[in-house]
Design a protein around this ligand. Structure first.
Ligand code: CTP
Length: 218
């Protein structure tokens, strides 16, 4: 209650030329569900989204690329308590997008040079900001997800297996494991709303624990 939570949703679009982009299948449903759950728990929420989110229960900042998302997230996190990176951010973008339209004529193949995008989670990091990452892994690779939580030094990492049928990217359901410093919570296949509720409760536990460390009274 009374905390500011920044949530990202959807897949980024990285321009190839004036009309084309590199994207992914993220629907933004998981991020939207987390935003709704956080609002229901009394937080002040800002949703940074790459996809239309309809009648969102909170202010929405629309972005397209990883760089735009980083700018918006860093700005919104200046006075935030929590960042939830539910967005599927491109890891790479075309190095030199064409101003016009790349033409097919006289071309048998097309090679694009890709460079790494800005790491949004890292760019937003600052003392006191609780950060939550997502890891969509190809297979039941929970050990890899645990290592990823440590490497990214995030408070919570939400793991899901993209190869498990009917859940995750684009779907209405998910099956997640919330990995924290103190333990793990597995949510068997359920609606993204149920998963979001579990994520928000885990965030509340982190906020309570860090508040206790600082000697807050609540
Ligand atoms: N993320 C980010 N900035 C990026 C890419 C990803 O903030 N440029 C965030 C995602 O929103 C997600 C988390 O980082 O919350 C983990 O993303 P993932 O792609 O699994 O991490 P990587 O370090 O790219 O790992 P991998 O080697 O598996 O691609």
């Amino acid at each position: 209650v009374g905390r500011k939570v920044v949530v990202t949703a959807g897949g980024t679009r990285e321009p190839v030329d004036a009309v084309r982009f590199l994207g992914n299948r993220s629907s933004g449903k998981m991020g939207r569900a987390v935003a709704e759950a956080a609002v229901a728990h009394g937080a002040s929420v800002v949703l940074v989204a790459t996809v239309p989110v309809g009648a969102a229960p909170c202010p929405v900042v629309n972005v397209e690329t990883a760089a735009e998302m980083a700018d918006a997230v860093v700005a919104e996190c200046a006075d935030a308590d929590v960042l939830v990176m539910a967005a599927a951010v491109a890891d790479f973008r075309p190095a030199d997008p064409a101003d016009g339209k790349i033409e097919r004529a006289d071309r048998e193949t097309l090679t694009l040079e890709l460079v790494q995008t800005v790491d949004v989670l890292a760019a937003a990091a600052r003392p006191g900001l609780v950060r939550v990452a997502f890891a969509a892994e190809a297979g039941p690779r929970v050990a890899r997800a645990r290592a990823k939580r440590m490497a990214k030094d995030v408070d919570l990492l939400v793991f899901n297996d993209i190869l498990a049928g009917g859940i995750g990217i684009g779907s209405d359901e998910n099956e997640i494991t919330i990995i924290g410093t103190g333990g793990e919570r597995h949510i068997p296949r359920a609606s993204k709303d149920v998963c979001a509720e579990a994520i928000v409760r885990s965030i509340e536990e982190v906020l309570t624990a860090t508040g206790d460390e600082r000697g807050d009274q609540g």
